[in-house]
Design a protein around this ligand. Sequence first.
Ligand code: PBG
Length: 314
Amino acid sequence: MRRLRKKKLRQILKEVRLSKDNLIVPIFVDENLKEPYEIPSMPSYFRYPIDGVVDEVERCMEIGLKAFILFGLPSYKDEKGSSAYDRDGVIQKALRAVSKEFDDAILITDVCLCEYTSHGHCGVVEGMEILNDPTLELIAETALSHAEAGADIVAPSGMMDGMVKAIREKLDGNGFQDIPIMSYSAKYASSFYSPFREAADSGFAFGDRKSYQMDIHNSDEAMREIELDIMEGADIVMVKPALAYLDIIRRAKDTFNIPLAAYNVSGEYAMVKSAEKLGWLDGKAIAYEILTAIKRAGADLIITYHAKEIADLI
Ligand code: PBG
């Protein structure tokens, strides 16, 4: 076996390879900021004011990263998450600002209510319950407002049943037949999201997300979720988180013939960065290894907070 491991030969024999084309950079846009703000639990990761997002996109484009997923921190929150579908909301403004400057930047939007609701849940709340069907119209309206403002792809992440179908119908009915949907199809109720909740100020006032996000013990169920999303019209499906769910990524890749994304989430990033800070491991090398593993498991696209720091390695 060692014959093919000679330094000179290794390069032509790599079975998978990371590419900047497959990485998606998450960007947090905060309407309430004047200056970038470093997120405490995500070292070297920032929230940006709207004009700062344009600069950040420019810095990424310069190093060859061209796809972005935008998360918003609005100036107001209410029970129904009105700022999510406000035509003058934070994401809508950011989309207009970025698409004006950069034609070729690929702008994906996270479509969810949790950053915009006063209770922090991903749907309409009644008592202690998160209602499914009344939420669909609000999610669809949010997706439409993103498409109108210049989104290239919309990515619903709220794990409401029927969300892909509701969005597809809304987009098609309003002249946006050509906007693809990347669905967070198999999104687990994971403890790996806690730094994100600080980053996006989307913690919840009561309970947990287990009545809508998936049980971590399940794999068959993830295949049902993905299958339903494909039937409802998803163009790209997603598994989230990534690192502890490589089995799900591989199974999805083997089961379905559709572009597959994986989300290397905030807690995965925070683990690497905190150990790096302590000098316990080489953060960049670990990030490269983790992302290669996600790719090897079968992901076509990877959403990752590490994109900028490893861009020069690939
Ligand atoms: C919104 C959303 C979350 C993440 C992406 N979209 C948070 C959640 O579901 O609680 C998490 C991303 C990350 O941890 O990096 N629903």
